[in-house]
Design a protein around this ligand. Structure first.
Ligand code: SAM
Length: 286
């Protein structure tokens, strides 16, 4: 999980983060993000980051490595399907005619409807699609898969270890579990300070996922880190709120932006970018 992105000078950032932490200490929790605007703000956030492209490329290569036969994928927390539709299309185009089964689990019905519509728009007869509108804990999934993937969704489950065990049980022998999650790095240090707790638990970052793999005894392959960068200097207030997973007050936006500036590194164009890495945890069901 070693990042190749240059580390920004952390002194100013540490001071600014500490000031924010002290300012929030004992205060009433900020409101969380609303289901109705979550997918829209997420999409706008992704447009400012190169992470989505890196993930799509990485997962497409992993899927290609699974051979040319029929394939089934379960995407947990599939959201609006904008990533899964790329992966599903890639699977069909790579081997025309082979059956592809793609199932989503998504608790927010608006996002689940977008997933279904995006997949239907592909109009591939080889592609069979279904979505369960439920949280992973509540979803009744009565089939097994070649791949079960969580892309930026395991933050939200109540119990990571229980979730990993349940996901592994949904794999065929030889099937693979892929969990993509962010480390508690510069950006998510802000989430820790600002985001309201989720139903009595914090958001789970990579260290928590790593620990849950160890605790459950599920053997992990080598963890890969994709080093992405996000341009938050030009983000709208809504996208800034998405980045910190809370509805900020107007007084908090300035110190939050100052902190993000302090943790920024130069992008390839020389403009400031916030490091936005994602870790890829993988395990195989034997
Ligand atoms: C950051 S989005 C990622 C969406 C999609 N995987 C992507 O990469 O575009 C997180 C998604 O996880 C979903 N989610 C939240 N809690 C969940 C749970 N308990 N079970 C399954 N999905 C959940 C959210 O509704 C949201 O669509």
């Amino acid at each position: 999980m070693t990042s190749l992105v240059p580390t920004p000078s952390t002194d100013t950032a540490a001071v600014l983060l500490d000031q924010l932490r002290r300012r929030r200490h004992g205060a009433v929790a900020l409101p969380g993000l609303e289901p109705d605007s979550y997918a829209r703000d997420h999409a706008a956030f992704e447009l400012l980051s190169d992470q989505r492209g890196l993930i799509a490329e990485h997962l497409a290569a992993r899927l290609a490595g699974r051979g040319d036969g029929p394939i089934s994928v379960l995407s947990v927390g599939c959201g609006d399907g904008s990533l899964d539709v790329r992966l599903a299309a890639g699977l069909v185009r790579a081997v025309p005619g082979r059956p592809v089964r793609y199932v989503g689990v998504e608790p927010w019905s608006g996002s689940a409807a977008m997933f279904t519509a995006e997949m239907a728009a592909l109009e591939y007869r080889e592609l069979s699609v279904e979505v369960h509108v439920a949280s992973f804990d509540d979803a009744v999934v009565e089939e097994t898969f070649d791949v079960v993937v969580f892309v930026h969704s395991i933050y939200y489950v109540a119990d990571v270890g229980k979730t990993l065990r349940a996901a592994l049980a949904l794999l065929r022998p030889g099937g693979e579990l892929w969990v993509l999650n962010a480390p508690r790095a510069a950006l998510n240090a802000l989430v820790d300070v600002l985001a309201p707790p989720l139903e009595d638990h914090p958001q789970w970052f990579s260290a928590d996922v790593d620990a849950a793999f160890t605790d459950t005894g599920i053997v992990l392959d080598v963890v890969v880190t994709l080093d992405a960068l996000v341009d938050l200097a030009s983000s709208s207030d809504d996208v800034l709120d998405f980045a910190v997973q809370a509805r900020l007050t107007s007084e908090l936006r300035e110190p939050v932006r100052a902190y993000l500036d302090a943790v920024s590194v130069p992008g390839t164009d020389g403009e400031p970018r916030v490091p936005h890495p994602v870790d890829v945890f993988t395990a195989t069901r034997f």
